[in-house]
Ligand binder design. Structure first.
Ligand SMILES: [Zn+2]
Length: 368
């Protein structure tokens, strides 16, 4: 699922050979022991000195440990170093909670089976991990068969190798940014906007609504309650009003940022984007829908898409598509359904498809 943050993770199944799996399993054990040792070092250091052991210091200790325990050298150095980053993160989270007045448990030591991933912090030719001969090339492991079931829309920065409890192995690739170049394909897609999801594309990809906004809603409610309790005309009321306005502004920015990124992504990926020419102003008059529609920001998304597409030499096309949600994308028959029906079931050709996915396909078909 698409999630326009700085980092997006894409998970692919990998098929290490028996030897490779054994090596990776061995690495997991060594990293786990290293993790526990680093955690213990931090704890002891703190008890003795009432000060935190820094990651830089821990790296020095790790170097010495490597001389004492040569088997640690079997693990790729990047992967081993990253263990210390995890320890640091666990510590930071612990102290954050202490500061917040909570009573968190001390970061836990990892038992067998509780340490299941290895991170190559750098991805690219000559670095820890990269693609080679349509395989995933992992330094010190070799070429691993990978099933790339989807495109990777951007530049891979890190690669996490994961062993799941099922015993299956996966590579989680973290993609940081889109390449400046546009995707060379000129694929066409329909774009069906919704309320639960921001949009659905004709290949079934779903673009969720931005999460932080749902979270912020609580803050808005608190601030509103706060405001309503203050005496009219008082200074405190003014302050409360300003606080509320600030929260609203932040939400608007977050939403706009998300819509920008979404538009960038779509224009990057597709040559032709077809959406319904919604009469958004008219829809806003329907009070039931108004808030959700305004929140979803379709109008903003559409204007972003049209100017970004134009400057990239792409096409954003809005079609009058009355009843695109009622039409069958496979046979063209009209299949009536009310808003609550989430699945399109065509009695004529037998097509069963998510309602929005079907609508996106219908939109795509409207333009040649
Ligand atoms: Zn049909």
């Amino acid at each position: 699922m698409y999630n326009p943050k700085e980092h997006r993770n894409y998970k692919f199944r990998i098929y290490p050979t028996k030897t490779q799996a054994e090596t990776l399993t061995n690495w997991l054990t060594l990293c786990r022991l290293c993790y526990n040792a680093a955690l213990a070092d931090r704890k002891n250091h703190y008890l003795r000195n009432k000060a935190s052991l820094t990651r830089t210091k821990q790296q020095t200790i790790l170097k010495l440990d490597k001389d004492k325990h040569p088997q640690l050298k079997e693990v790729h150095s990047q992967v081993l170093q990253e263990v210390l980053l995890r320890v640091e993160k666990a510590y930071q989270a612990f102290f954050r909670r202490v500061k917040a007045g909570e009573n968190p448990g001390y970061p836990r030591y990892k038992g067998m089976g509780q340490y299941n991933s290895l991170t190559y912090t750098q991805f690219g030719e000559g670095l820890g991990a990269c693609f080679k001969e349509e395989k995933l090339a992992l330094a010190k492991i070799g070429l691993v068969k990978i099933k790339l079931h989807r495109e990777i829309p951007g530049k891979v920065k890190t690669c996490i190798i994961k062993r799941e409890t099922t015993g299956k192995w996966y590579a989680v690739l973290s993609v940081e940014e889109y390449p400046v170049l546009y995707s060379p394909n000129w694929k066409k897609t329909g774009l069906d906007v919704g309320i639960e999801k921001l949009a659905t594309l004709s290949d079934g990809e779903q673009i969720p609504n931005p999460k932080p906004i749902q979270k912020s809603e609580k803050k808005v409610k608190c601030a509103q309650r706060d405001l309503s309790r203050k005496k009219k005309g008082s200074k405190n009321r003014d302050k409360a009003r300003q606080r509320l306005a600030k929260i609203h502004e932040r939400i608007r920015h977050q939403r706009q940022d998300y819509l920008h990124k979404t538009a960038n992504y779509l224009v990057w990926k597709y040559g032709k984007i077809v959406a319904e020419d919604l009469q958004i102003q008219n829809m806003l008059k329907n009070h039931h829908l108004a808030k959700s529609i305004a929140d979803a920001g379709w109008g903003y998304l559409f204007s972003m898409l049209s100017y970004k597409a134009e400057s990239a030499g792409r096409e954003f096309i809005r079609v009058i598509a009355h009843g695109s949600s009622q039409e069958c994308s496979q046979c063209g028959a009209i299949v009536k359904k009310d808003l609550a029906e989430r699945v399109h079931r065509c009695p004529h050709c037998g097509l069963v498809l998510d309602r929005d996915h079907n609508a996106a396909k219908v939109l795509e078909k409207r333009v040649s």
